[in-house]
Design a protein around this ligand. Structure first.
Ligand code: SF4
Ligand code: NI
Ligand code: NI
Length: 710
């Protein structure tokens, strides 16, 4: 056989099916019927990236087939064969759209086509390389146990793994924990469903890279250089799988097959030894993983961050209003600390007194002492907030909240595997040194579980430190500091994007505060956080400084020359794509609407989150639209140039409730209005523009009386 023949034959099969499916759709639904994938602003994203055209109706799909055919030119050249792979991807996307005509075609455990919001939620993890790579597993594995090992190996390293075909059921049988949050994502049972992962890579290029639709060559370069994906094909291949593989190779993703087929150096490799699939794949894609050995009986990995622990599977619980719990990181002198000392004071979860108890609930005081020559008290809160992640990385452990409202749950499996309280200490110890080794030389962990200790220490030790810290935070304003910081972390995906992080304006991902930036600068002096001296004020109201402009111009390689920090209309800050919320103007209400990524519904602007989000991103300035973090909503600097937080007229209810306390406090202090959020509309009140206006008028919302916003 000949590799090229196989690719062309596979593509022909996709073509045949797409033609049949579309013909049926035309007959049953008509050409004008809507044909779209779930909650995306890009129509069929892959076809949009390749051709620049958004397909939105059944009639468009027919046109899509014609466009795909243009990519099929049968010759003996590799480039043309790979181009046929591109056609295969287009056809698969058309087939997927047909599948979705009557709603979600996949069983509930299959994620299928991911929404824009979900793809955006990967942003921060991708740039920080918390997700160091993406594995696509296709086919049926001859040894399900080995398949589970391979998936677990990827999961333990934090990779995202997408499953296509029979391997989904095999993984389910092997009790692999799956779902977007656990980074094991079933795409669908048919090979055509592989398009759902292709679409994720392509949308990363559109959203974060701002790569123009229709310029496929640029998308290919983006995916090759920035999306560290690879493909594993188990079992026998067939021509359809190979045609899909051709598309992967075209995007720079190597394919590793169990069964021999021709080899294409570095891109198409054969690995019959199934215990080596993971190693061969990581090497082929050049993915290097830093491993820290931790003395812990369960896995500790980024991939378990999103894992939930349900009541019926719970062995122990601390905090969450059931018992008292707090966590504290504080600095001590180097002489007052014993490195790697881990102490549990009080009963552990396997104490004989708990024999026969269904769920162990005990008080929990987690005290972490740190010491180091470069340690600063300002970093304590930065380190402490990381506890949330460190405890969540543990397989079978869930951490919610922070400080003295923290809440931890542990599964029966973790307990049965031998996990005890001391292991929290081991994980925290290893991770603290791993991430903060530049400022922390020694770490000591003590866990208290006796009620009297936990209560006493909270009064004597913990609260006083929280109070000092809160006073420091409250005194931190943009006026009170001499430097702001850049964050250029997202440049690995959005090459010209720069966040300017100030005490009152955190990074738009919501994950980087001014204190975080200060610590990052110390940890990585030449890294993403660089200080900006506040020199050369141009306009205080807009938040414009010459030095800010100079640094942003330099960091964006000249792509952005001017930014203001407090305006949404005049030279607003750019967005990269991973923002938690997006804010857009609602002219008729003389105010703004804010919508968070998790909200899937419609907003009064007539656009959903995904649609609003698609208006900006990729490091481009778009006046009138601003991506930002949740916490920024209560900032006194929130679009201060246009009148500030008083302009907020609509938010999804969940977001409104989440920010209410802080927002109301800020509005009260700035404008003397009590309970401002009662005047802010949400989807449970009205979404339709007129009804929203009616509500605002009835409540006397201040935005209606303000100067025209535009
Ligand atoms: Fe990306 Fe800005 Fe967050 Fe940095 S602060 S990670 S650049 S969104
Ligand atoms: Ni966990
Ligand atoms: Ni980003």
């Amino acid at each position: 056989y000949n590799l090229f023949d196989i690719i062309y034959s596979g593509t022909a099969k996709y073509l045949e099916r797409a033609e049949k499916d579309v013909a049926k759709a035309i007959e049953e639904k008509g050409r004008d019927a809507e044909a779209k994938l779930p909650d995306t602003a890009y129509g069929l994203a892959t076809i949009y990236a390749i051709t620049g055209e958004k397909l939105l109706t059944v009639g468009d799909l027919e046109r899509g087939i014609e466009m795909a055919k243009e990519h099929i030119n049968r010759t003996n050249m590799l480039a043309d064969a790979l181009e046929a792979g591109v056609a295969a991807a287009m056809l698969c996307e058309i087939i997927q759209a047909c599948k979705y005509l009557d709603g979600n075609p996949h069983p509930e455990w299959v994620d299928g086509a991911l929404t824009d919001a979900v793809v955006r939620s990967f942003g921060v993890a991708l740039v920080t390389q918390d997700i160091p790579g993406v594995a696509v597993i296709i086919g049926e594995h001859k040894d399900p146990e080995q398949l589970a090992k391979t998936i677990k190996s990827y999961q333990n390293k934090g990779l995202q793994t997408y499953l296509v075909g029979k391997c989904i059921d095999q993984a389910r049988d092997q009790k692999i924990k799956m779902g977007v949050d656990l980074r094991v994502i079933p795409c669908g049972y048919e090979i055509e469903d592989v398009i759902n992962v292709v679409s994720v890579a392509v949308r990363a290029s559109i959203m974060f890279g701002n790569t123009p639709a229709g310029e496929w060559e640029k998308h290919r370069i983006y995916t090759r250089d920035r999306v560290f994906a690879f493909v594993n094909v188990f079992g026998d291949w067939d021509d359809k799988i190979i045609a899909a593989g051709a598309c992967a190779i075209d995007m720079g993703f190597p394919a590793i097959t169990e069964t021999y087929i021709n080899e294409v150096p570095t891109l198409l490799l054969n690995q019959p030894d199934l215990t080596k699939t993971d190693a061969t794949s990581l090497e082929a894609r050049g993915i290097k993983i830093k491993v820290t050995e931790i003395d812990c009986p369960v896995s500790v990995s980024f991939a378990f961050e999103g894992e939930r622990v349900r009541k019926d599977n719970m062995k122990a619980e601390f905090g969450g209003n059931r018992t008292k719990a707090w966590e504290l990181v504080h600095t001590v002198e180097l002489g007052d600390i014993e490195d790697h000392k881990i102490t549990v004071v009080g009963p552990d979860i396997d104490d004989p007194q708990f024999d026969g108890v269904d769920v162990v609930r005990i008080p929990f005081g987690l005290e972490i002492k740190v010491a180091g020559k470069a340690m600063q008290s300002d970093f304590e809160s930065v380190l402490e907030r990381r506890l949330h992640y460190f405890l969540n990385y543990i397989e079978g452990s869930m951490h919610v909240g922070q400080r003295n409202i923290c809440w931890v749950r542990l599964t029966k499996e973790a307990f049965d595997a031998g996990f005890r309280l001391r292991h929290f200490g081991e994980v925290v110890y290893a991770k603290m040194l791993d991430e903060f080794g530049k400022v922390v030389d020694k770490v000591e962990v003590t866990i208290y579980t006796k009620e009297e200790d936990v209560v006493r220490l909270e009064e004597e030790l913990v609260r006083p430190i929280y109070n000092v810290r809160d006073d420091r935070l409250n005194s931190l304003t943009d006026e009170s500091v001499d430097v702001f910081y850049t964050c250029t972390l997202c440049q690995s995906f959005a090459p010209s994007h720069v966040c300017v992080v100030t005490p009152e304006r955190l990074g738009l991902c919501g994950a980087v505060s001014w204190l975080d930036s200060k610590a990052t600068k110390e940890l990585d002096p030449t890294g993403p956080a660089q200080p900006i001296e506040k020199n050369g004020v141009i306009d205080e109201r807009l938040g414009a400084w010459e030095e800010v402009n100079d640094v942003v111009a330099k960091c964006s390689q000249g792509a952005v020359e001017k930014v203001t920090l407090y305006s949404i209309l005049e030279d607003p800050m750019t967005s990269c794509g991973c923002f938690e919320c997006i804010c857009g103007i609602m002219p008729e209400a003389n105010g703004v609407v804010i919508v968070n990524r998790e909200f899937g519904g419609m907003t009064p602007t007539g656009m959903t989150f995904s649609e609003l989000a698609s208006m900006t991103g990729g490091g481009v300035q778009t006046p009138g639209f601003m991506g930002h973090g949740r916490r920024f909503i209560s900032s006194k600097k929130f679009m201060a140039a246009e009148g500030g937080i008083e302009r907020i007229v609509w938010m999804p209810k969940e977001l409104k409730d989440d920010v209410a306390e802080r927002l109301n406090k800020s509005v009260q202090e700035l404008y003397g209005i009590e309970n401002f959020t009662d005047m802010v509309c949400d989807e449970t009140i009205a979404v339709d523009s007129e009804a929203v206006l009616e509500f605002l008028t009835e409540k006397g919302h201040p935005a209606l009386e303000m100067d025209p916003i535009m």
